[in-house]
Design a protein around this ligand. Structure first.
Ligand code: FA5
Length: 355
């Protein structure tokens, strides 16, 4: 190979290696290989000593030109790599401050928790106190004190989760030795607990979680929430119950939702009624959510049965009372037009961000 052809090939090979380097570290290795002591161009320079004196100067200039060309190519590539690396670093370290300030991403209370608080506020505004009771309940509070002895067929109205009673349970508490324990199927046992510790007159609401072996559908969950209401005083009548429900419906749902009471049966109230309100999804025309009826059942209510007052030592000749129990999840469903109650338990962030 002539000197000129050898130099051209060294330059071409060098440019190819320089172009192939992708990072600053790779380019440093390429620089050593292309211009360092062991490089082909350094070998050419060393061979100058053996060249004939009349060609040495010209050969030296040709080698110098290749060194200059490769040095410039290296500098260009170094700049390009530095620019790319800087852009990549900035992208990786980017902090999107607008995302942090996006109001939709701020956490908030679950819709059921908010509905419960709003229900409590509404009833507190109507003169009721707020009380609570345990979710793990004894058979006595959940059923027996509510006028449902063992084997009473009305127990079948509530598909119940039973628990193993602890062998060493204390008397008078849920789990009293040998007594069956349940996950409470409704908030009505809190009525009994409240009357045991508070002599009438009593005006209270009792919200909380309940459990039933119900198959989840558009209006049912196996874990749901109720708010119980109890008023026991001198001379309480069914008219007081109807008036309370009417006042509550107008205050909580507004003027477009109507309520109706239908005769029903509960072992712990007599007479009893079911409380229904206009289905907000179809505005009363009938749809899947309300099974085509135009109404959604919100709860049960009635006059407290004398047997319940007797179970807690309240004289039913002197005192009368009304009670009600509404579904809190159903209240949220009606207020926010939620077609299927199951979304309340699914934790889908797209749903939770909307309500
Ligand atoms: C009761 O639980 C009675 N304790 C209500 C009552 C209280 C009557 C005081 C009289 C006096 P019921 O099983 O109908 O009744 O339930 C009342 C409400 O709880 C229903 O109307 C509904 O709004 C809600 N509810 C019941 N089961 C479910 C469920 N599986 N999922 C969601 N909500 C439910």
């Amino acid at each position: 190979m002539s000197d000129t052809a050898a130099l051209a090939s060294i330059e071409e090979e060098g440019r190819r290696s320089i172009a192939a380097a992708a990072t600053s570290a790779e380019l440093r290795d390429v620089e050593a290989a292309v211009l360092g002591r062991a490089s082909p161009i350094a070998a050419q320079r060393r061979s100058l000593g053996q060249a004939a004196p009349d060609t040495r100067r010209e050969a030296g200039q040709r080698i110098g030109a290749v060194v200059t060309a490769l040095t410039e190519a290296l500098a260009e590539r170094r700049d390009a790599i530095a620019r790319t690396e800087r852009t990549e670093r900035l992208a990786a370290e980017r902090l999107d401050l607008t995302e942090v300030h996006d109001a939709r991403r701020r956490g908030h209370l679950h819709i059921v928790t908010r509905t419960q608080a709003e229900l409590e506020d509404t009833f507190v505004g109507m003169g009721f106190a707020v009380a609570e009771g345990p979710e793990v309940e004894s058979d006595w509070y959940n059923f027996e004190a509510l006028n449902m002895p063992r084997d009473h067929p009305a127990r079948g109205m509530w598909d119940t989760f039973y628990l193993e009673p602890p062998a060493d349970g204390e008397a008078g508490e849920p789990g009293e030795a040998g007594e069956p324990l349940v996950l409470r199927t409704h908030t009505s046992p809190v009525q009994v607990r409240l009357l045991e510790r508070t002599p009438p007159p009593v005006y209270a609401v009792m919200p909380g979680r309940c459990y039933r072996r119900d198959t989840p559908d558009a209006r049912h969950l196996s874990t749901f929430h109720q708010i119980e209401g109890l008023a026991v005083d001198h001379g309480i009548t069914f008219g007081d119950l109807a008036g309370t429900i009417e006042t509550f419906t107008a205050a909580f749902f507004g003027p477009n939702i109507h309520a109706r009471l239908r005769p029903a049966y509960f072992p712990f109230t007599e007479p009893s009624a079911e409380f229904e309100i206009t289905c907000p999804i179809c505005e009363g025309n009938g749809c899947r959510t309300c099974s085509g009826t135009g109404w959604i059942e919100l709860g049960g209510c009635g006059m407290v049965d004398p047997a319940v007052l007797a179970a807690v030592g309240v004289d039913s000749e002197e005192w009368t009372g009304f009670a009600f129990g509404f579904g809190i999840d159903r209240c949220a469903q009606v207020r926010h037009s939620i077609a299927d109650l199951r979304v309340l338990m699914e934790n889908d962030a797209r749903f939770l961000a909307q309500v």
